[in-house]
Write a protein that binds this ligand. Structure first.
Ligand SMILES: N#Cc1c(-c2ccc3cc[nH]c3c2)n[nH]c1N
Length: 245
């Protein structure tokens, strides 16, 4: 998979050089490029924003630098290759979920447009529809100052699903949200710690009972902390955790 990220703060994406995603890039499992939007400006001040039509506080990101930047990422498209997906982080976007992470992990190319200020001129999104599959996407119902933090989260959630990125693919199966429920509690040595003992079933060696206990804990936790997920789970609308790439 190829991922391109466009931002006026490319250094914000430096954490993608570290840890699991950084190693995936070094191993050639993920081809990730970060681009500075200001490199696509033509004025001496490298301007990327201007005042909003209709008035109001703040500034809006100008259309032309974005069109130049995004066009540079599709020109090399070969015939017959799927359209790249343009993900525009936005509090007004569809909610990013584990199911969407699985879906996006199957794409050939993802392009992330990190907005700042009050957002990107809407005509960029309209223009981009002719070149990309455009998906405004939100990390959650709270407000950030720009798209970079959301991109860090989305790239990690998607990148870790790519073949070969995590050491043991089995670990992807039993984690929160992979099967529609929250994950069960985990324990390690010592068996007794500050007068708190590991649940006896986990020391029993009875794998059937352990699996049963873990499943019950998933249900209990989900009912307690995220009853909304239980409605989805019970309706059978599970994220595709069974998918093998
Ligand atoms: N994704 C996402 C976001 C944002 C967000 C994204 C882009 C910009 C550009 C200016 N302000 C932004 C906020 N806020 N909250 C989320 N869940």
């Amino acid at each position: 998979m190829r991922i391109d990220v466009v931002s006026i703060f490319p250094e914000y994406l430096a954490p993608l050089e570290l840890s699991l995603i950084g190693k995936a890039r070094q191993d050639g499992l993920l081809d990730l490029h970060v681009h500075d939007l200001r490199d696509f400006t033509t004025d001496k001040h490298r301007s990327v924003d201007d005042t909003p039509y209709g008035g109001g506080a703040g500034m809006v990101m100008k259309a032309e630098p974005w069109a130049q930047a995004l066009a540079s990422l599709t020109e090399a498209r070969r015939d017959g290759v799927a359209r790249p997906v343009l993900i525009v982080p936005s509090p007004a976007g569809e909610r990013f979920t584990q199911a969407l992470a699985y879906e996006l992990a199957e794409e050939d190319q993802l392009v992330f447009a990190c907005g700042r200020y009050e957002g990107i001129d809407e005509r960029v999104i309209e223009w981009a529809e002719d070149h990309f599959t455009v998906r405004p996407m939100s990390l959650g119902d709270y407000v950030l100052n720009g798209g970079e933090v959301a991109v860090l989260a989305m790239v990690e959630a998607i990148g870790r699903l790519l073949p070969g990125v995590v050491g043991n693919p089995d670990s992807l199966v039993e984690e929160s949200h992979s099967d529609g429920l929250l994950e069960y509690p985990v324990y390690t040595k010592p068996a007794s710690w500050r007068e708190r003992d590991v649940p006896a079933v986990l020391l029993s060696g009875n794998h059937g009972k352990i699996a049963q206990w873990r499943r019950h804990e998933q249900y209990r936790r989900t009912a307690e902390r995220r009853p909304d997920l239980l409605e989805t789970f019970d309706a059978g609308k599970l994220p595709r955790a069974d998918r093998t790439f």
